[in-house]
Design a protein around this ligand. Sequence first.
Ligand code: R1P
Ligand code: URA
Length: 291
Amino acid sequence: MHSIPESELIINNRGAIYHLDMRPEELAPMVITVGDPNRVAQVSKYFDRVEVQRQHREFITHTGYIGNKRISVVSTGIGPDNIDIVMNELDALVNIDFETRTIKPQLTSLSIMRIGTSGSLQAHIEVDSFVAGTHGLGIDNLLNFYRHSYNEEEKQIVGHFTTHTGLDSHFSQPYIATASAALLKHFAQDYHHGITITCPGFYGPQGRVLRLGLSHPELVNQLTSFRFGSHIISNFEMETSAIYGLGKLLGHHCLSVNVIVANRINKTFTKDGVLAVERLIAKTLGIISSI
Ligand code: R1P
Ligand code: URA
């Protein structure tokens, strides 16, 4: 069987995968990802006990239990490039044998839930409200580096989106991936549903102007006005499509929930971002621990 070389699968002296500094037995089957490294402790304070704490660069991991449910919370830092690292390394921890450096014959599916912050693209999705992304639509290009394919609905949404925005070769080829229906169904109450757009930046790629002019100034309006059947674009941030896209290719169940901290249509910003995130964590952990 093909053994993956040391240059491709980097395992440190502790027997841990390089960026996350995690050994296979230190990861739980339910993984929560958060952008902000400080948010890891904000999540794990709800654990009944924490049994593993690791940190390397911006990747902090705590693994512990809520009741009988073993959960890992991992910080990803900001952006799809970090998600490429986190998703590949989480997958390697469960699906590659580190001794033989071979892919295991029996693959394991993780549940991967992002708990993040986001900007709203719809007036009625107000600051401090929660959004569960039905799809991740990426204008960040990450998934285009991997062979991927679409189901019929995904093909139609991404085609319609590309025509609607005119975003193609100049920026990237937009791509799309769908949330885990098995996870999404538990987040029907108290969470808006919509397509989450993932951008490769916070300022220009999300239509923010400080000192620099935009090459595509109509982007925010185009995202707000996009319609495909009952689908609307609810929000944008910087990780979801990469998680959904790589999660689908690797066979994991992924869902991204975000609290709205900025409403880009009403031009409002949350009065208390820490409290907003705290409310999302408490609500989401309550649901996760019961499924
Ligand atoms: C930008 O401020 C960051 O906040 C959002 C974006 O996706 C980006 O990572 O998410 P997190 O709060 O999870 O980091
Ligand atoms: N995170 C983002 O990426 N954008 C926002 O507007 C708020 C949080």
